[in-house]
Design a protein around this ligand. Structure first.
Ligand SMILES: Cc1ncc(COP(=O)(O)O)c(C=O)c1O
Length: 388
């Protein structure tokens, strides 16, 4: 697979490329988009073929997920993550964010606090705030070369003070790229058990690991916690299928699962997009070798950019990561506020990064760059950043 190939994404309805002015203002169309987390590569050829085949069939009546969908997901989880997934756990929803929103409605009441660890993915704030809940931030702590750590003492204080019913965890963590260790997750779950908190673990980035890193799901932990964990997964981030819209919420607890299924039914969400199902199945069945190539390319993109930044961008402090294709850069040494930082990135560097302030107060003074692009884009971004 040639990940160096430049493919024009204009006029495809791409949020990242075609709708950049909506977010960055008039004139932003000329900027290099390094924001939205999708990548600028085509999906695996096996997925394209599967889609062609399904399109050629020509009938798109109401569809369910066939057995092959579940078999592929279960085999993928076992092979990639040594994770046992039971078919009955799988509740499929159009996307991780819509599923999170439905779960927030189901598992909390208006006015309740819901915990996230900041800096946090902006859509977590949306599903909490726009559903009339309160976002309770448990800020992560930065520990030099070790990167970000959970602050479990502060978390317990928050649990005690606010008695939240729910926490949304992000693992691997967007934007920092941290994969939480088994020990950290065990300590977290012990606290959640003590304070009766349910954990929804957004694991959409689980397949996108750096070399020699492993991913621990909340479902790898002891079964005694299965009554309070829900894991969200998808083939979308891994294989570049975000607009096809299908994700899975893995819910081991039968009562939680039944309640969620009823909620999906109540919204008419019990019918599935035939193309999404076809694409995800093919990706899990046959996309492994393609993903290995992609991961090698992404790792090299990161290595190269970090090396260049160390040589040419003295103000940039890059966060160590274990996963994702996101680069979380501390720009505090530039001594700019977030408006000025955005202006400098656009008008001097010519790039449109995700601004750190969109990830809550802990993101102020940071930018997030998307490394999921051909190397030449990174070269162009670096040239721009050198002008700062
Ligand atoms: C942590 C996280 N969760 C969810 C999503 C989006 O999920 P979906 O498109 O399935 O709603 C993203 C996309 O960037 C993400 O980073």
């Amino acid at each position: 697979m040639d990940f160096n190939q430049i493919i024009d994404r204009h006029d495809t309805g791409s949020v990242k490329w075609d709708f950049i002015e909506r977010h960055f203002g008039d004139g932003a169309a000329k900027l290099l988009p390094m924001w939205v987390s999708d990548f600028d590569f085509t999906c695996p050829p096996v997925v394209q073929q599967a889609l062609h085949q399904r399109v050629d069939h020509g009938i798109f009546g109401y569809s369910e997920r066939p057995q092959a969908y579940f078999d592929a997901l279960i085999a993928w989880s076992a092979a990639r993550h040594q994770l046992t997934v039971k078919q009955e756990w799988v509740c499929s929803v159009e996307g991780v964010v819509p599923g999170l929103s439905l779960l927030v409605q189901m598992l909390s009441h208006p006015g309740d606090g819901i915990v996230v660890q900041g800096p946090y993915y902006g859509s977590f704030a949306k599903v909490i705030n726009l559903n009339g809940r309160r976002l309770l931030e448990n800020p992560l702590r930065e520990e030099g070369d070790a990167g970000y750590r959970m602050d479990l003492e502060q978390l317990e204080a928050l649990f005690r003070a606010e008695r939240p019913p729910l926490m949304i965890l992000c693992n691997p963590h967007n934007p920092t790229g941290r994969c939480w260790s088994k020990e950290e997750l065990q300590q977290l779950l012990a606290l959640c058990e003590k304070h009766d908190v349910i954990v929804i673990s957004d694991e959409i980035w689980a397949d996108l690991l750096l070399p020699d890193e492993t991913f621990t799901s909340v479902l790898h932990l002891h079964e005694r916690w299965h009554n309070r964990v829900i894991a969200a997964t998808s083939a979308s981030k891994t294989f570049g299928l975000s607009s096809l819209r299908i994700s899975n919420f893995l819910i081991p607890d039968p009562a939680l699962r039944d309640a969620f299924m009823r909620r999906l039914d109540a919204h008419g969400l019990d019918v599935f997009n035939a193309l999404s199902v076809q694409a995800a199945t093919a990706a899990w069945e046959e996309g492994g070798p393609w993903l290995d190539e992609l991961l090698a390319y992404l790792a090299e993109n990161r290595r190269w950019f970090e090396e260049q930044a160390a040589a040419h961008l003295p103000w940039a402090r890059i966060t160590p990561a274990q996963g994702t294709y996101l680069l979380w850069i501390d720009c505090h040494q530039l001594n700019l506020d977030d408006e000025q930082l955005k202006w400098v990135m656009a008008d001097i560097a010519g790039i449109a990064p995700s601004m750190g302030c969109g990830f809550g107060p802990g993101g102020s003074g940071f930018i997030r760059l998307n490394l999921g692009c051909p190397r030449t884009y990174l070269e162009k971004a670096l040239e721009g950043l050198k002008r700062i």
